[in-house]
Design a protein around this ligand. Structure first.
Ligand SMILES: [Zn+2]
Length: 204
């Protein structure tokens, strides 16, 4: 899932500018490097039109070093792409796991996640996706979910999430079933999104 653009809007008042420890040149260089890393990460994430995004992922059976290496790579890609969640299908691995970072708790991972409880209350809000660049559509989600699954070592894991975290994990679980945000939005927004995505899908 993609970061909300609002998160990048910082107020640049004079006081803040003067307090900044970096020279303007260095700041510009760092910004350019962060942007280059974001583009490199996105190039490694499957984009709309890629069949992997529409396939159903299989349960993970082996909790081995390969799995832990995959998790490390997914967390790195999520960070560099400036996302808040990334499912294995988005890197072309059809296994049921995803990483996410919805709050200050840092990056988290769940393998073979299952929704065991879903709150009745729902909320509709805009969502983006690292695989659907330039698209943001309203999606209705439960404001509270409880997931059960495993950690990368095969130990039982239970996650209780509300608010933003609940939205993020429902988005990522959808990826494991080949479901995208354009499937969850209304007709009008779907049409708009497809108009944004189609030219790029053809040019691939
Ligand atoms: Zn996504």
């Amino acid at each position: 899932m993609a970061h909300d653009e609002h998160d990048h809007d910082h107020d640049h008042d004079d006081e803040h500018e003067h307090a900044h420890p970096h020279e303007p040149d260095e700041e510009a260089r760092e910004r350019a490097e962060t942007e280059a890393r974001r583009r490199l990460a996105l190039a490694q994430i499957r984009q709309y039109g890629d069949p992997a995004l529409r396939l159903i992922a299989h349960e993970v059976e082996d909790f081995d070093d390969d799995l832990r290496r995959l998790v490390d790579r997914m967390i790195m890609l999520m960070h560099e792409a400036q996302g808040v969640g990334l499912a294995a299908t988005q890197v072309g691995v059809l296994r049921r796991l995803f990483v996410f970072e919805a709050d200050e708790e840092g990056p988290r991972v769940i393998v073979n996640p299952v929704v065991v409880e879903r709150g009745e209350e729902t909320l509709t809000d805009d969502e983006g996706c690292l695989s659907l660049q330039g698209v943001k559509v309203p999606v209705e989600r439960s404001t509270r979910v409880v997931l059960e699954g495993k950690d990368p070592n095969g130990e039982d894991l239970r996650l209780e999430l509300d608010a933003y975290g609940s939205r993020v994990v429902q988005h990522e679980i959808d990826h494991l079933d080949g479901v995208l945000i354009i499937d969850r939005t209304d007709d009008e927004h779907r049409k708009e999104a497809l108009a944004t995505l189609r030219p790029r899908a053809v040019l691939r």
